[in-house]
Ligand binder design. Structure first.
Ligand code: BGC
Length: 851
């Protein structure tokens, strides 16, 4: 019986994966005909019959960002590029590429609660991928935001499995309509960057199935994803890439997934357990999956030929499904960062903006009688975004300052003051501020460059550098290009040493900042004051010191790496206390203050978690002081995750969360500030009043090896609701410039679907948007369940006075919980309440149904 059930599930899953040839049209009339499943199977079988065993084994390991081609049979490589927030063309090492559109963060997309918009974003990403001549995008990221401090929270779609599933499925469908493959990642329970390569996510089975798996399952059954990436971490003691339960029992057998499973980059740790787990492809190279490691296992019978056939079959299925045996995508610059995509990026950014506070209707802005507006904060003149493999550097981007200058610069005087300065903005120390006695005495520092990573022997280059600022982006420039020597002489790494002195024209407290991507030591006055060990990503390190005008202070900076990517900056800025004092003076004399604050990739990034949920670099103190000085302050926050905002959010006139809004963020924010567009975004993640309220806080960094998910299924709002903790802003929350009423709820049951209808009316004076959210609660549940869980939503646009009848259908499966004893989903008989409203904590409508 059980076998029969599995066979049926497999069949259904299989049908779901590639059901028939579906036609899809993109914005530029491209049509992709995906071959039927039987055609794919036939072609793949034929190729498998022709491949030698050695060729098959060769295909199990990648080569950088591609799979291994087999030229003899015309099997092309699968070319992959990082996503998910843009086609990260900088990863493509060979040939021309154009710089892609930087779309808003996943949290911004999810905050739109607009599945069509996310589908269209997928289409645009697919077009750009095609335009770059590439085949596979490494996204979407559907990991659940259990820990708001996780460095990659911004990439994903928030904390709820249902919302994440809807977003993921639509993203994938849009993307794959362009004849390219999505890679849903990272399976599974990848919830923090801290020790991400080794951490063991200890989590119960029910939470796996109810919280962490649904978006992957939906990506397979509804999104028909062609590829999936397993994660770095361990799940209940086993590395994801070696996890037979995860990759075979659940993924293959239960869900019927037939396509490619690739490892994350460097996530494979051993041959045998990976080979037999259900993993197909080791990336970026076949370090553990290669002829010398696999052939002995074949000889001893521990690994079978059938098994290798199965792995290669999954890789070939992607190649054949995309039609790549016959035709490769042709590069086409008109598909990359074109005006349609920029327009779309602006729409996504705008629809995702969440209005958190609007005291006395300060927004939309009324500039009558205002002649000067004070603009401040690090996000005014910078586009904030998260860092790591998803970071896209677009060819152009619009800051709030640029957008406002264009929009209102004619009508009012815009006055900019920094307020605080982040390390990103801190200018490099240069010119008259640096001096070296070397070579007769020069302005600048003596730079010594070594072809090893420990300063041994003689430097290969010695010169004077007028400033220390080399490399850009997380990868940085190569050392060879910096010293005009071949990169090959630095095969053993490099080290650089700068010596000299620093002086400033005005006495005061300064912050000397070293931003680097490797190992570093900084000495001031002969004493080591900063140190960084070899690390991943770019990180700032600050040294605060009082400097007397005109005095020369000796400094030395050592920077070293085993690789060749350089990113180093020696910067300086006035202390924030000084800048804040200036900002308060300006705020006091202004009618209106616009403060643009946020976090950037120094804080939110792959490779490290956020040190706190508070705004960094003194921005909290700035906002506290400025909102006290002038309550007519509008705060626009750029972030990728929740932030703790008290007390300034309660003192400010208005607060909006603009997320990491991508390259059009400035225009999108201006659209909302000026009232051209009603902010209809809703939070896809709970904003706690304080970090310790978050369930993850209880065990975070408790030890270096295990992340104990002691909260089980109570992730996000489920936890806050279960424990009666008041969040600062609940899941699903967001204000509008107008108001809405909810009425007339009715539920009808037909066969295995409950149909719920209700009416939303725009009761205000302007057109606006509301996201109606429907949650399910089980009455007298015999098992522990969340008080209520999101199971449906609909975003509606209404003119003043207009009403709309909204229908949401709930298939019976939406009422189920995962029964760990029977290892299957079960619907408990009895009464359920369906609650409808405008956020998880504002649910005025209720109706009951029974199963
Ligand atoms: C990340 C993946 C990414 C891969 C390739 C890994 O470090 O976890 O999300 O796709 O690198 O850049």
């Amino acid at each position: 019986m059980k076998k029969l059930l599995i066979a049926v599930i497999l069949l259904l899953g299989g049908l779901g994966v590639v059901s028939c040839s579906h036609k899809n049209k993109s914005m530029n009339n491209f049509t992709f005909n995906r071959p039927s499943d039987s055609t794919v199977t036939r072609k793949v079988n034929s190729l498998l019959g022709k491949l030698t065993l050695s060729e098959k084994i060769q295909m199990l390991g990648g080569t950088g960002f591609t799979t291994q081609p087999i030229k003899r049979l015309g099997i092309p490589p699968l070319k992959m590029v990082d996503g998910p927030l843009g086609v990260r063309a900088s990863e493509i090492s060979n040939g021309t590429h154009w710089r892609a559109t930087a779309f808003p963060s996943g949290t911004a997309m999810a905050a739109s609660w607009d599945t069509t918009l996310v589908h269209n974003t997928g289409v645009a990403l697919g077009e750009e991928l095609r335009g770059e001549g590439q085949d596979v995008l490494l996204g979407p990221n559907v990991n659940i935001a259990r820990n708001p401090r996780a460095g990659r929270t911004f990439e994903g779609f928030g904390e709820d499995p249902y919302l994440t599933s809807r977003m993921g499925v639509n993203y994938i469908k849009g993307l794959q309509s362009q004849g390219v493959a999505a890679t849903v990642k990272h399976l599974a329970v990848y919830t923090q960057e801290y020790h991400r390569m080794f951490i063991n996510s200890k989590v119960n089975r029910r939470a796996l199935h109810e919280i962490y798996f649904p978006a992957f399952k939906a990506a397979i059954h509804q999104g028909h994803t062609l590829a999936l990436m397993s994660s770095y971490n361990k799940v209940n003691g086993v590395y994801a890439s070696e996890d037979h339960y995860l990759l075979t029992d659940v993924l293959r057998n239960e869900w019927g997934y037939k396509n490619l499973v690739m490892s994350d980059w460097g996530a494979v740790h051993a041959t045998m357990p990976t080979e037999t787990s259900g993993q197909d492809l080791e990336m970026p190279t076949g370090r553990y999956l290669n002829a010398s490691t696999i052939k002995p296992l074949l000889a001893s019978g521990k690994v079978t030929k059938q098994h290798i056939n199965q792995q290669v079959r999954h890789i070939l299925r992607v190649i054949v499904s995309l039609g790549l045996m016959n035709h490769q995508h042709q590069k086409d610059s008109t598909l990359v960062n074109n005006s349609a995509h920029r327009k779309l990026a602006r729409k996504v950014a705008r629809e995702g903006i969440v209005l958190l506070e609007n005291h006395h209707n300060l927004l939309p802005l009324d500039l009558n009688g205002v002649d000067t507006v004070t603009v401040m904060g690090p996000a005014a003149k910078h586009v904030m975004r998260g860092g790591g493999s998803s970071e896209v550097q677009p060819p152009r981007q619009v800051t709030p300052w640029q957008a406002l200058t264009q929009r209102i610069g004619q009508k009012v005087a815009l006055k900019y003051i920094p307020g605080v300065m982040t390390d990103r903005e801190a200018p490099a120390i240069s010119g008259k501020q640096l001096y070296t006695p070397y070579n007769g005495g020069k302005m600048g520092l003596k730079g010594e460059y070594y072809a090893n990573n420990d300063f041994s022997g003689s430097p290969v280059v010695t010169r004077v550098d007028s400033a220390v600022q080399f490399g850009a982006g997380s990868g940085g420039s190569s050392i060879g290009s910096i010293v005009s020597k071949p990169d090959s002489i630095f095969n053993n790494g490099f080290s650089m040493r700068w010596t000299g002195s620093v002086q400033v024209p005005v006495s005061g407290t300064y912050v000397i900042d070293v931003t680097d991507n490797n190992g570093m030591r900084f000495y001031f006055n002969g004493k080591q004051e900063l140190q960084a060990k070899l690390h991943y990503g770019v990180a700032p390190h600050d040294y605060k010191v009082h400097l007397k005008a005109g005095k020369k202070y000796p400094i030395r900076l050592d920077y070293y790496s085993r690789g060749s990517g350089v990113h180093i900056k020696l910067g300086i800025r006035r202390s924030n206390a000084y800048l804040i004092k200036k900002a308060v003076q300006a705020a006091k004399s202004s009618k209106l203050v616009l403060a643009f604050v946020g976090v950037n990739s120094n804080f939110a990034s792959e490779g490290h978690d956020l040190e706190s949920l508070r705004l960094p670099d003194g921005q909290d103190s700035l906002l506290d002081a400025v909102t006290k000085a002038n309550s007519n302050t509008v705060v626009s926050v750029s972030d990728g995750e929740p932030l703790v905002m008290t007390p300034w959010n309660r003192q400010a006139g208005a607060v909006l969360d603009a997320w990491f809004g991508g390259e059009e963020t400035g225009n999108a924010i201006a659209d909302v500030l000026m009232g051209d567009y009603d902010p209809g975004g809703k939070l896809p993640i709970t904003f706690p009043e304080k970090w310790s309220d978050s369930p993850a806080a209880k065990t975070y960094k408790q030890n270096d090896s295990t992340a104990v998910h002691q909260e089980g299924i109570y992730v996000g709002y489920r936890y806050f609701d279960e424990h009666n903790i008041k969040p600062e802003y609940p899941f699903g929350y967001g204000l509008s410039y107008t108001s809405f009423s909810f009425s007339n709820i009715k539920a009808t049951k037909q066969d295995s679907t409950v149909k719920v209808t209700f009416t939303i009316k725009n009761t205000g004076k302007t057109a606006g948007q509301e996201v109606a959210q429907a949650y399910i609660h089980k009455e007298n549940s015999s098992v522990k369940r969340a008080p209520h869980a999101l199971k449906g939503f609909s975003r509606v646009h209404l003119s003043p006075g207009q009403s709309e009848k909204v229908t949401i259908n709930f298939p019976r499966s939406q009422f189920a919980y995962y029964n760990t004893q029977h290892k299957k989903w079960a619907v408990e008989p009895g009464a359920y309440t369906i609650l409808v409203g405008s956020s998880s904590r504002d649910l005025p409508l209720q109706t009951k149904v029974s199963w």
